[in-house]
Design a protein around this ligand. Structure first.
Ligand SMILES: Cc1cc2nc3c(=O)[nH]c(=O)nc-3n(C[C@H](O)[C@H](O)[C@H](O)COP(=O)(O)O)c2cc1C
Length: 400
């Protein structure tokens, strides 16, 4: 076996990085950086790692009664390099506290797992050390340090990556072409208007206009929110079945009846061509704070799931209602899509900060205004695309 090829190919499999710690026979802390850590068994609780047989540090570790696996965070790359190196004073300035069994738990680690040695098996030029878990905990639920192709990196949610993709630039350019139309809509309705685009697996606010005496809408320009039920209904309703299924799955909907309800909701949204939300004013602060937390922090999956569950709680505010012109409604926002070639959804236009309550007749009048605006934006974009095909005019990224 060509050792370089072996290392190169296996280096394409990413790993986390842990520091295995213990108190050595001389009473001093000792630590070894390991990428070969894995969980093994739940019952009994076992984990494992593979130190090389020539490791000096493992020689110190193996005699200890208890050892501790410390899952390193992305902020601990320097510490990792120090412990993996040859220096003498690796523990200088490193904060730690003893685990219940006395092994060092590093300050700033993501998680710790305290073990005793269950078995040590020879495995070629490495040992396979099986550890029995005695105690464990999450210290800092943050992004872990990763090792891949010989380099360090960090975990990023795919939605964060998507939001910085070239699609975002294309959507901003589309929104810019809608500016005159949305400013007109804001002045005619006296409400706040947003332009929202789907970018990767998120919705991003890419345009805004405000009518007289109305506060701008709370999700400000650049805000990113997850494209999942119930958010972004008027985009997903036009984006095809795979997108609809992703939208339902991402919201964590497991109950087939609830999923079917969401599919019916999308069908109605498409038939109508508009959607209405009725968020309670007293829920607004919490809802926007949840969306802001989603946007502004660097999420790890556990946090994303918690925020997702809170967003899904607001699903009832998005349930469709039949509009009776003479009844009163507390409409929070109204949304219509801007459709391109083959009814492909390009942007959503959203009216928000509407006076509450409003008569059904007023709601239907707003819908009409919105649809006029969306039709005008669609024809402007299609005109641009045509003149671009003919070789003049400015380009319209994202079209067709
Ligand atoms: C990211 C990373 C992962 C590593 N994983 C392992 C491992 O799984 N097993 C191992 O024996 N050494 C591993 N090492 C090497 C050891 O951390 C350490 O550098 C080596 O054991 C030092 O030799 P010594 O123990 O003789 O002082 C890894 C090093 C790095 C940087």
């Amino acid at each position: 076996m060509d050792g370089r090829l072996f290392r190169d190919v296996l280096g394409h499999y990413p790993t986390g990085v842990v520091l295995v710690t213990a108190i050595a026979a001389d009473g001093e802390p000792v630590g070894m950086i390991v990428g070969s850590f894995t969980s093994v068994s739940l019952d009994p609780p076992l984990v494992a790692y593979l130190p090389t047989t020539s490791s000096y540090t493992f020689g110190l570790l193996r005699g200890a009664e208890r050892f501790c696996i410390n899952v390193l965070s992305a902020e601990q790359e320097d510490l990792c390099r120090r412990f993996a190196g040859r220096g003498d004073d690796k523990w200088a300035g490193v904060g730690w506290t003893p685990s219940p069994g006395g092994a060092p738990v590093l300050d700033g680690a993501v998680a710790w797992i305290e073990c005793s040695t269950e078995a040590i098996t020879e495995a070629g030029d490495h040992y396979l050390v099986l550890g029995r878990v005695h105690d464990l905990g999450v210290l800092n639920p943050m992004a872990p340090l990763l090792f891949f192709q010989g380099g360090y990196g960090r975990f990023t949610m795919s939605s964060v990556v998507a939001a910085s993709s070239p699609d975002l630039v294309a959507s901003i350019r589309l929104a810019e072409k809608a500016r005159d139309d949305i400013e007109m809509l804001a002045s005619r309705t006296g409400a706040a208007v947003d332009v929202v685009a789907a970018v990767g697996s998120d919705l991003v606010f890419v345009g805004a206009a405000t009518g007289a005496d109305v506060a701008p809408s709370v999700p400000t320009l650049g805000t990113r929110i997850p494209l999942m039920a119930p958010l972004g209904e008027q985009y997903v309703a036009w984006a095809g079945e795979p997108a609809a299924e992703r939208w339902i799955r991402r919201a964590g909907v497991a109950d087939p009846e609830v999923a079917q309800g969401l599919r019916s909701r999308l069908m109605l949204a498409r038939e109508r061509g508009w959607s209405l939300s009725r968020l309670d004013p007293e829920d607004e602060l919490d809802f926007y704070q949840t969306l802001r937390d989603y946007t502004e922090s660097e999420l790890v999956p556990a946090q994303e799931r918690a925020l997702r569950d809170r967003i899904v709680q607001y699903s009832r505010s998005y349930e469709p209602v039949q509009i009776d012109p003479s009844a009163e409604y507390c409409a929070h926002s109204l949304v219509v899509p801007v459709l391109g070639k083959d009814n492909k959804p390009l942007l959503n236009i959203r009216l928000v900060n509407l006076p509450r309550p409003a008569t059904g007749e007023q709601v239907l009048a707003w819908v009409l205004e919105l649809r006029r605006c969306a039709a005008s934006v669609a024809s402007r974009l299609s005109e641009d695309a045509r003149s671009q095909r003919l070789g003049h005019g400015t380009s319209t990224p994202g079209w067709g």
